[in-house]
Design a protein around this ligand. Structure first.
Ligand code: PLP
Length: 434
């Protein structure tokens, strides 16, 4: 089935007792055992079923199956936030030590996690000079545990050549992990292009309404952990924390996700609540429709801004002026993201005046809401980074990041126009969508 259908149906058949059409919210901590033996079998992972909601919950389970279906994976785990998903994904692949090789264009908190948190856990992150596969490959060595990129960088808007990155990673026996938050599986499915693990912040376009935090890791099931036992002992040697289980033997293609659940979710507990899973699934039902409008609106806004003399530059992959225009055609079928950046003539000060003058478009740090949103990354999301690291991440001092929503295009453009007039002190004529 296609994504539009999977987003509504995958992972759920009306459940047997009530035949409820909507996915029920299982607001329960624990599940009864038929007997001592049944409890033991569940704990031994020999029987299917639930025991405690820090490990699995039936509502969350539907979301996990739905996400796995949408991304073309074999299994998924849903977690408390995108950052929790990133932390678990990196720890799960590299908790025996070693390094992760990453593109430099990352969401600010991911950069902070990589630089300041993982390093304290004995995992080094090596940032490549660019998102080019040759720059990434130059940093991979025998201690590398994964290559990491955002399919569409937030806020840089770069589009990674996933096939080239996957080839480089696989040549050296390491998996490619892709944060697909900005693209969503509606615009791009990294697994179809060779990625091994996909990460999402569900908080953004997938949930889509700015109401609910969540994250997920989706496993393609294709990475051969067993053939790389020296690099990945955690999947191939008995786990003392789970009575000697060998994940690659016990779970085969699901080894990565099941270890993530049994080791990380079970012991450190960054669970997604059932109510959140329900809320996120309401959003996911309409994600394909919303993405169409997001993409259409954003291209119109980008064209409008690029033709406005009060605007200095626009970075949107749907414009032929973008260095990522060709990759947008290849990977996104030309449907560039509604997350993009621009700068006004007059630099930082005029940019601030423009930002303060916005009425409809909300000033905040979030993306992927049905509402149009604006943020100034240098002073907020990427504030913890040095000026040099900001530049490598694609963050300019005057840069405004827009996440264009699904309101009527004329209203969005009218708000941008009045804010530009307030900041630049001059009208643009004619005031109309291109
Ligand atoms: N990945 C990307 C690309 C993001 O943009 C964000 C948040 O903006 C995250 C991960 C973190 O997600 P969350 O806020 O759900 O922790």
């Amino acid at each position: 089935m296609r994504a539009e259908t999977l987003a509504i149906h995958a992972g759920y058949e009306p459940e047997e007792t009530t035949k409820a059409v909507a996915v029920p919210i299982y607001q329960t901590v624990a599940y009864t055992f038929d007997s001592a033996d049944h409890g033991a079998a569940l704990f031994n992972l020999e029987a299917d079923g639930y025991r405690y909601s820090r490990i699995a919950n039936p509502t969350v389970d539907v979301l996990e199956k739905r996400l796995a279906a949408l991304e073309g994976g074999v299994a998924a785990i849903a977690l408390a936030s995108g950052q929790a998903a990133l932390h678990y994904a990196m720890s799960n692949v590299a908790d025996c030590g070693g390094n992760i090789v990453s593109v430099p264009q990352l969401y600010g908190t991911t950069h902070t996690l990589f630089t300041h948190i993982l390093s304290k856990q004995g995992i080094t992150v090596r940032f490549a000079a660019s998102d080019q596969a040759s720059d990434i490959e130059a940093l991979i060595d025998s201690e590398t545990r994964a290559v990491f990129c955002e399919s569409i960088g937030n806020p840089a808007g770069n589009i990674c050549d996933i096939e080239a990155l996957a080839e480089s990673a696989h040549r050296h026996g390491v998996p490619l992990i892709v944060d697909n938050t900005v693209a969503t599986p509606i615009l791009l499915q990294p697994i179809a292009h060779g990625a091994d693990i996909v990460i999402h912040s569900l908080t953004k376009f997938l949930g889509g309404h700015g109401t609910t935090m969540g994250g997920a890791i989706i496993d393609s099931g294709r990475f051969p952990w067993k053939d790389n036992a020296k690099r990945f002992p955690q999947f191939n040697e008995p786990d003392a924390s789970y009575h000697g289980m060998v994940y690659a033997d016990r779970f085969g293609p699901r080894a990565y996700i099941e270890r993530c659940r049994s080791v990380y979710q079970r012991n450190t507990g960054a669970i997604l609540p059932a109510m959140s899973a329900f809320m996120l699934m309401q959003g996911i039902e309409t994600v394909a429709l919303r993405m169409e409008r997001h993409v259409d609106n954003a291209l119109k806004v980008a064209q409008y801004l690029e033709s406005d003399p009060r605007v200095a530059w626009v970075n949107h992959a749907g414009l032929p002026s973008s260095p990522y225009h060709e990759l947008a055609r290849k990977y996104l079928n030309g449907r560039a993201s509604s997350l993009f950046t621009f700068g006004v003539v007059g630099g930082v000060e005029t940019g601030k005046q423009f930002y303060d003058a916005l009425n409809l478009i909300t000033r905040l740090v979030n993306i992927g809401d049905a509402k149009s949103l604006a943020c100034h990354p240098a002073s907020t999301t990427h504030r913890q980074m040095s000026a040099e690291n900001q530049a490598r991440a694609g963050v300019k001092p005057e840069m405004i990041r827009l996440s264009i929503g699904i309101e009527h295009i004329d209203d969005i453009i009218a708000d941008l126009d009045q804010a530009l007039t307030a900041a630049a002190g001059q009208h643009r004529l004619p005031i109309a969508a291109e």
